[in-house]
Design a protein around this ligand. Structure first.
Ligand SMILES: [Zn+2]
Length: 386
């Protein structure tokens, strides 16, 4: 691989650019056939926009409409970060949660290009990026087209810990794993009951467990046995409240980060300016002399880095789906859909809604002696911090 900063590499650079142009021309043909649409423009097959983590962008002098200009010509696995992408897929396959990987990467100070630690959500999004198996996805009029990209599989680099074909298989396995909620090992062994994680003993504040020693299942205080209550009755009451919440449309609305708004505006205007600057630079006539060329490449590199950083900040500040919307869809037939929801997902929803800082509050089971009556509704206390 050439180093665009090294002026001596120019012969290679031109050579590579010819190869890359040939590859992208081939891809362009495929695009036209696949889409039967007007994608036959100059940049059709070349990598554009955001560079997926693990890849690096290559630039070269290319001739467009009689003008020679510096343009992105290719995308190659980055030997430093590509192994981390492979590690991510391997760990997900072996049952690691995205949260545990995010925490581990944070400890190892592995961050995105902009220096931002990876979140569990961004790692999850990485696991479905077809760019990692050398595919490019194009969306048009609600249809999704997929075709071979001009860049290789992420595992296709000298010294890769994995063969490219094996990575493609791994990518599909992880895809199946993520598509099937029943197979998600969010928290293996976390429990078979949807509400045990959300219920607390009101006497000792300790956890609640299910006791099946009796003929009818009961909830009991796990550590000290302070309270005992009929499980079915509690489940009916709690589910009624949870479904009463899930039936509302407003609770699925987009959630803006607390510091959005003004800060988002402060990111968008420099981003637009930098993008315009980059576009201008990429279409500018080729400068005379090797030094000027290298300086131009450096500027493009620097701008790309700044744009990527701003784009990441923009993404963080842009309103996203509420965490609830990612777990459950708004719509009719709420009861049958809730019934069909895997227990792991129900537990996540319960954790989200039934906590002291959640919208419904933590459900605490009181002793009969402390309650108005022995009715289940009288024995549950919904506690929120205000
Ligand atoms: Zn207790």
């Amino acid at each position: 691989m050439f180093d665009p900063r090294n002026g001596g590499d120019y012969a290679d650079l031109i050579d590579e650019s010819v190869k890359a142009m040939r590859a992208s021309a081939l891809t362009s043909e495929r695009v036209v056939r696949a889409l039967n649409a007007n994608l036959n423009h100059q940049d059709g097959a070349k990598p554009q926009g955001h560079i997926p983590y693990g890849f690096q962008r290559e630039y070269a002098m290319t001739k467009v409409k009689g003008k020679t200009a510096m343009r992105p010509v290719g995308q190659m696995p980055d030997p430093e970060t590509a192994p981390l992408v492979i590690e991510l897929f391997r760990r997900v396959k072996s049952g690691h949660s995205f949260l545990s990987i995010a925490r581990d990467w944070d400890k190892r100070t592995i961050t995105s290009r902009g220096g931002i630690p990876f979140s569990a959500q961004s790692l999850r999004a990485m696991c479905v990026r077809k760019a990692y198996i050398g595919k490019r996805v194009h969306r048009e009029d609600g249809e999704v087209f997929e075709f071979d990209a001009s860049w290789p599989v992420i595992a296709d680099f000298p010294g890769s810990p994995m063969k490219p074909a094996a990575f493609v298989t791994l990518f599909k396995e992880v895809g199946n794993l993520l598509a099937d909620p029943a197979r998600q090992t969010v928290n293996p062994g976390a429990g078979k009951h949807e509400y045990t994680g959300a219920l607390k003993c009101d006497v000792c504040s300790g956890p609640i467990k299910v006791s099946t020693k009796t003929t009818v299942p009961k909830y009991t205080c796990r550590d000290q046995g302070c309270v005992v209550i009929n499980k079915e009755g509690v489940d009916r009451v709690v589910q009624g409240v949870v479904l009463g919440y899930l039936v509302r449309e407003d609770v699925y609305a987009m959630v803006a980060p607390a510091d959005g708004g003004a800060e988002l505006e402060a990111v968008r205007s420099p981003l637009a300016a930098k993008r315009a600057e980059l576009a201008e630079l990429e279409t500018a006539p080729r400068p005379q002399g090797a030094r000027a060329k290298v300086a131009m490449l450096d500027m493009i590199d620097e701008l790309e880095g700044e744009i990527t950083e701003l784009e990441e900040r923009e993404t963080r500040l842009t309103p996203g789906p509420s965490p609830l919307a990612e777990l459950f869809d708004h719509g009719p037939d709420i009861e049958p859909r809730w019934k069909a929801t895997p227990v792991e997902v129900k537990r996540q929803i319960a954790a989200l809604l039934l906590s002291t800082d959640g919208p419904l509050g933590q459900v605490r089971v009181m002793r009969v002696a402390d309650s108005e009556s022995d009715a289940v509704t009288d024995r549950l206390r919904w506690v929120t911090t205000d």
